[in-house]
Design a protein around this ligand. Sequence first.
Ligand SMILES: [Zn+2]
Length: 394
Amino acid sequence: MPRLRVRDTLTQRKVAVTPRPRKPVTMYVCGVTPYDSGHMGHAFTFSIFDVLVRYLEANGVRVRYVQNVTDVDDPLFERARRDDIDWRELADRETKVHIRDMTVLGWRAPDFMPRVSEEIPRILSAAAKLKASRHAYQTDALYFDTHTYRGYGRLSHRTRRSMIRKLREEDLLGRVGPDAKRDALDFPLWRASKPGEPAWPSRFGDGRPGWHIECSVMAMRYLGPQIDIHGGGRDLIFSHHESERAQSESLTGDAPFARAWVHTGMVRYNGRKMSKSLGNLVKVSQALQRAPAAAVRLYLVSHRYRRDWNFDWNALARAARFVERMRKFLADDAREGKRGAVPGRALMAEFNRALADDLDTPRAVRALRAALRQKDAAAVRAMRDVLIGTASLT
Ligand SMILES: [Zn+2]
């Protein structure tokens, strides 16, 4: 197998993903905040990381994969209040929708899907450790002191001004003052809950965790102090991953926390980023009404993972026609009983080279098309298993 190289957001270089002796490749991908059922942007990110897992596993590399569920978060509580529903009920329901969507889209489920609400004691002990080592201070909340970490801003390649601007845009800036943050870039590790929100007792006062600490804690609990791949959508680079990196390395003293930071692009619809606030979401369930799951999945992974792209129904219909040709071909081949043939070496070499080169899925999809043209059923099956997983062809 050609050695997998992925582009690392921190160094802006392609880095090799090499399993350490007798260890699986460890991967942590930031999952959903379960308050609105999954749209194509989510499905794109998780399908891309699924191709990564399946590529490694198809080549005999073990993978240990964690994807968290952020069930303690502002937008979730706001939605629960708006709809007059218990936040736990909303989170449970929407987590199920997410898992159902991704199961239909053929993923190899993560090994662990921890929820923030179940990790509170570990989050509190990490917060206490950061306070004891003077990386955190307490005023109206417990804040991480970004001045104690060299290189805050390096992952996102942003200036201080640009970081502050993004915090303001996302309504995360908060207040600087003697009874609040010392610096605009500091962020809460633990804070008081608003009325109606869950609150857990702690030595820092009853309250709940800030956004970023959960991922440091869960990544370390399930994967250890240093991980091979940390993934997520590009919108998470700042402030979420920037902060996660600072906390994690401050907690353990081990750097790097992640050997490769891998980020996926945004999916647009009608020219604008799909987002709840713009009301231009295409949900997975809507796409599945118009095309087989394998077509939706193939359409998603036919895009280069780092680029932004525009969702287009006509392109989905073209993917569906291709999947139908593939289905017919595989059904005819199965009837003729030629299973067990060895896939063509040149075809598979091209397919593996494509994915090894920073997960070039569009090129891998072209290899799949070539395998179908050459009527190489074994190659079509092998490539389908990696690109589409277990998604249904009908
Ligand atoms: Zn995260």
